[in-house]
Design a protein around this ligand. Structure first.
Ligand code: NAP
Ligand code: ZN
Length: 346
């Protein structure tokens, strides 16, 4: 077994603290990655607090992993020693079902999440808040050395989760796109929306994020708590992408969609929505969701980012400050992704 240093919560709602554990030896089709940076996704908080379902503890969160390849299995061919590599939210799937065959490995019912899950042998999985990980090479992505590595980490979840639906719905020139919530996912949605040629408006509960939104490339900024500002954009958007982590009323946003407008939800608040049937019937509105992305899509997104020089705006943190970063993330005080510098583990 490979000894690993990491940070774990020993139980639900407990603070993260140093924890040593082990990972499997590198199998024939595996690679071992020395983890250099790991992004902090709001999903980590949902999981640590059992907000969706009972979690598996001890829990080592982290599914925005980047680092370098330090060991290669006998039959693994995709990487060379020293290559930069990334791992996202899942690390295995069955490879034979309809989802896997259609490039939707993320929806495989036998898929394995990077942490807070059990692998196909029934062993708990531990995430990227640690110094090394062993993963089947098919679930590891190439990262261009043209990009700033710590700022690439969030692309492995926040990046692909916003890129994937914008591409699927062919958002681009001539479209008005609204992005709700300027956090980790939201700020990536702004960057991708702008890169794809859309006219982008940020809807935020934080008036003090306006200047940043414009720097990120957004054309307009609406304070969603201000009724008059919301009224001024009624019936004017082709697409909306909702990235909000907390329970909130989506009805006002359905109202700002044009006829045939599409509301894309990627946020995962715990409570079900309540929406009026009339709000979607009048104007043929579409409400849809999107989950992460398939293996091909993740690599396509990373290559798109290399071509367009897109990375995340990050605040690099010492792992000792992770609990404080969670508190700030819960208050919406993030600009715009915390990334852990794994060198601080030592
Ligand atoms: P985040 O960085 O915390 O950003 C969420 C943003 O939502 C905040 O910055 C804030 O933006 C806004 N917000 C917070 N509380 C709000 C409230 N009560 N009402 C309205 N807006 C509020 O979170 P994230 O990491 O981007 O993740 C966002 C959500 O996506 C989470 O639920 C996460 O689990 C989910 N997620 C889904 C997928 C998927 O596959 N679909 C993948 C990753 C994450 P403002 O200050 O601008 O209002
Ligand atoms: Zn995530």
């Amino acid at each position: 077994m490979i000894p690993v240093k990491g940070y774990a919560a020993q139980n639900v709602n407990e603070k993260l603290a140093p924890w040593d554990f082990e990972r499997r030896e590198v199998g024939n089709h595996d690679v071992q990655i020395e983890i250099l940076y790991c992004g902090v996704c709001h999903t980590d908080i949902h999981n640590l607090k059992n907000e969706w379902f009972p979690g598996i503890f001890p829990m080592v969160p982290g599914h925005e992993i980047v680092g370098r390849i330090v060991q290669i299995g006998n039959h693994a061919k995709k990487f060379k020693l020293g290559d930069w590599a990334g791992v996202g939210t899942y690390i295995d799937s069955c490879r034979t079902c309809e989802e896997c065959n259609n490039g939707h490995e993320v929806f495989c019912t036998e898929g394995v999440q990077t942490y807070n899950h059990k692998d196909r042998e029934g062993q708990p999985t531990y995430g990227g808040y640690s110094n090394t990980i062993v993963v089947n090479e098919d679930f590891v992505f190439h990262i261009s050395e043209k990009l700033d590595l710590p700022a690439v980490a969030p692309l492995l979840c926040a990046g692909v989760t916003t890129y994937s639906p914008l591409r699927r719905w062919k958002v681009g020139k001539g479209h008005r796109l609204g992005v709700i919530g300027l956090g980790g996912l939201g700020h990536m949605a702004v960057k991708f929306g702008v890169a794809l040629g859309a006219e982008v408006t940020v809807f935020s509960t934080s008036p003090n994020k306006e200047e940043d939104a414009k720097k990120l490339g957004a054309h307009h900024f609406v304070v969603s708590k201000e009724e008059a500002q919301m009224k001024s954009v009624f019936h004017s958007f082709d697409f909306i992408i909702d990235t909000v982590s907390a329970n909130h009323d989506i009805n006002p946003y359905i109202g700002i969609l044009r006829t045939n407008g599409v509301y894309i939800n990627v946020g995962l608040p715990s409570k079900p929505w309540e929406i009026s049937s009339f709000s979607v019937v009048v104007g043929n509105k579409v409400i849809t969701g999107s989950g992460h992305g398939g293996l091909t899509e993740v690599q396509e997104m990373l290559d798109f980012c290399a071509e367009h020089q897109i990375v995340s705006d990050i605040e690099l943190i010492d792992i000792k400050n992770i609990n404080e970063a969670f508190d700030r993330l819960e208050k919406g005080d993030v600009r715009y992704r915390f990334v852990i510098d794994m060198a601080t583990l030592n």
